[in-house]
Design a protein around this ligand. Sequence first.
Ligand SMILES: Cc1cc2nc3c(=O)[nH]c(=O)nc-3n(C[C@H](O)[C@H](O)[C@H](O)COP(=O)(O)OP(=O)(O)OC[C@H]3O[C@@H](n4cnc5c(N)ncnc54)[C@H](O)[C@@H]3O)c2cc1C
Ligand code: FES
Length: 272
Amino acid sequence: MIDVTATVLDNRRQYQDYWRLRVRVPAAYDVQAGQFAMLRVHGQLEPILRRAMVYYRIWPRPTGLDAEFIYRVIGRGTTQLSLARQGDHVDVLGPLGRGFSIDPQVTTGTPVALVSGGIGIPAVYLLAEKLIARGARPILFHGDRTSDVEHGLVCVGDFVDLLGPDAVICATEDGSLGQRGFVTVPLEAELRRGSFRPAAIYACGPEPMMKRVAHLAQEFAVPAYVSLEAAMACGFGVCIACAQRVRRDGEEQYVRVCVEGPVFRADEVIWA
Ligand SMILES: Cc1cc2nc3c(=O)[nH]c(=O)nc-3n(C[C@H](O)[C@H](O)[C@H](O)COP(=O)(O)OP(=O)(O)OC[C@H]3O[C@@H](n4cnc5c(N)ncnc54)[C@H](O)[C@@H]3O)c2cc1C
Ligand code: FES
């Protein structure tokens, strides 16, 4: 975990309330897929707490790395972030948490399902890259409430470039792009068809979506992992703001999403 002041290379609205921030980090470190950073505009006193953002894409450089974050403006912290301009500075504390690990059963040629909802999509891009490097065949199931007339769904173009158009299945609740309804519907349809047997499912999105993914994974006996979003204050284990109930070794216990997660086995999470 390193705390650095990064320089904003680019920060622009994609559409609606989705933004894309690229920063130059003056420190070299490895980022595991699914790990996150705590961000704050440098010098801003309000809000005092940083905001958690998953690393979307990274480009190692000789003296550090460039990192890209996709964020949705919802409140004070993300509004402040959206005001940063090229050349401004952002405090980046990271990499934090335990990301996605790839099971040994994921081998060359095996299909793997990535399931994302809304702003959950950035959590699975580095994972998709890693799976491809492993020779696996990731398929993205992505859903959102609605699509943008001009731009479609956030980040989906990047995934199409990486995985190919046939490996990206979209759903929108209003039917404006892809299948109408929740993204778990096409996932379930593929699993029931029987021809699609993923070696694993990795998911990030709204809690009801991940809960449904956990049930489907159990029904079809597929190992599944979910990246949980919890309200965080410190991001590195000291404030206990992010406690999550899990069942491990037959016992219920609380874990910290920021340290023991954000990625958990879907079958150990006790859903609200
Ligand atoms: C590990 C992790 C990775 C994340 N990665 C991303 C990412 O890549 N992109 C992105 O856009 N967001 C991400 N988030 C969520 C992001 O941290 C919150 O959206 C952000 O903190 C909101 O800050 P704000 O000041 O704009 O809103 P606030 O003013 O803090 O909150 C506005 C409203 O949203 C609610 N809220 C705030 N944070 C959360 C939360 N984490 N879960 C549920 N409700 C919340 C508050 O209760 C409040 O009602 C991630 C969260 C975690 C835990
Ligand atoms: S956010 Fe402080 S312990 Fe997790």
